[in-house]
Design a protein around this ligand. Structure first.
Ligand code: 4YA
Ligand code: UDP
Ligand code: MN
Length: 321
């Protein structure tokens, strides 16, 4: 009988021979240590006021979409290191103290964090007491004369530094602006293969209002009828390998544009938005993770302000304005 034949030929191979050994993925399969948490109810959404998953099924992280204790207990045992890059060039060294002190209070508490501070003035890096398992490396970088260039050159400097050292020293990486402060928990719920953050001013708008690069000559060009979200370049991250690919591609595109005397409207942020349109983030962070103190009171959808841009006097801190 035909059915028997098919059955026999299938069973004659041993399962272990026919399936090649698969790599373990301990960072995607979480093993929380505690069992007594609130049950996720399939018919009750945690949030009914915001989008919590993208059309490509990446979670959008908002308060109440995750259980912080469960996340903490799952990540604690993994022994991972999170590289965190921050640039403080020229007068921006003044932001380091608050950035680092508040990070020690709220950022990835209990986990290994390796800060990489890129500066033209290593002596201006404040000594901040770090919790166990956390350290700082200081890397000297040149001071470009225009603030736009200081900002956009971060892509190639991060690319190079991942190649040189970070790839051996960390599992995940976040790249952050320095004119920022932490105000509340920023934990391992933010870790993912490729992570972008919604811009605090643009998440309420439709794509035609996004300040993408609109000149077709630029490699960062996004047509009016395309685009998912407007991501802010003040924070991006992911697995080290993925962020290396991101910075490499953005660097290539920045160079290509430069050779045609083009600079995208929002420099590296325009290129980041192009990259995320074509390489979808596997996790998106809500504006809780990138707020702007200039916006005043928190709207009802922002339940917690975790990290925000400090109000700065641009004329006083930037090189050429
Ligand atoms: C930056 O945001 C800063 O220069 C701003 O001071 C602020 O901290 C912001 O980030 C969060 O279009 C009173 C209206 C202010 C609107 C600010 C809009 C700017 O949006 C741009 C893209 C870039 O992302 C800038 O970096 C961002 O400004
Ligand atoms: N930056 C710097 N020195 C400068 C200008 C920029 O170190 O003179 C770095 C710093 O990390 C800063 C980031 O580049 O946070 C982006 O610039 P900025 O924060 O001024 O941009 P904005 O967030 O205002 O658009
Ligand atoms: Mn900034």
């Amino acid at each position: 009988m035909i059915t028997t034949c098919v059955f026999r030929s299938f069973c004659s191979q041993s399962i272990t021979q026919s399936i090649p050994a698969l790599p373990a993925t301990p960072r995607d399969v979480l093993q929380p240590k505690r069992a007594n948490y609130g049950q996720p109810l399939a018919l009750i959404p945690q949030r009914n006021d915001v989008l919590t998953v993208t059309p490509w099924l990446a979670p959008i992280v908002w308060e109440r979409t995750f259980d912080p204790d469960m996340i903490d207990s799952a990540y604690k045992s993994l022994n991972i290191t999170i590289a965190t890059t921050v640039f403080a060039v020229g007068k921006y060294t003044q932001f380091l103290q608050d950035f680092l002190e508040t990070a020690e209070k709220y950022y990835m508490s209990g986990l290994r964090v390796h800060y990489y501070v890129f500066t033209d003035q290593p002596r201006e890096v404040p000594r901040v007491e770090l919790a166990a398992g956390r350290k700082i490396s200081i890397i000297q970088v040149p001071k470009y004369s225009r603030w736009q260039e200081i900002s956009l050159r971060r892509m190639e400097i991060i690319e190079r530094h991942i190649n040189e050292t970070i790839h051996r020293e960390a599992d995940y990486i976040f790249c952050m602006d320095v004119d920022m402060k932490f105000h509340d928990r920023w934990g391992p719920e933010t870790l993912g293969t490729l992570v972008g953050v919604l811009h605090p001013w643009f998440y309420e708008f439709t794509r035609d209002k996004f300040t993408y690069e609109r000149r077709p000559e630029s490699t960062a060009y996004i047509p009016m009828e395309e685009g998912d979200f407007y991501y802010m370049a003040a924070v991006f991250g992911g697995r080290v390998k993925e962020v290396h690919a991101l910075t490499k591609k953005c660097h290539e595109h920045l160079d290509k544009d430069k050779s045609k005397n083009l600079e995208a409207i929002w420099q590296e942020e325009s290129h980041l938005n192009w990259y995320f349109l074509h390489n979808k983030p596997t996790k998106v962070l809500s504006p809780e993770y990138l707020w702007d103190d200039q916006k005043g009171g928190l709207p009802s959808e922002i339940k917690r302000k975790r990290f925000s841009a400090v109000i700065k006097n641009k004329e006083a801190v930037r090189e050429n304005v």
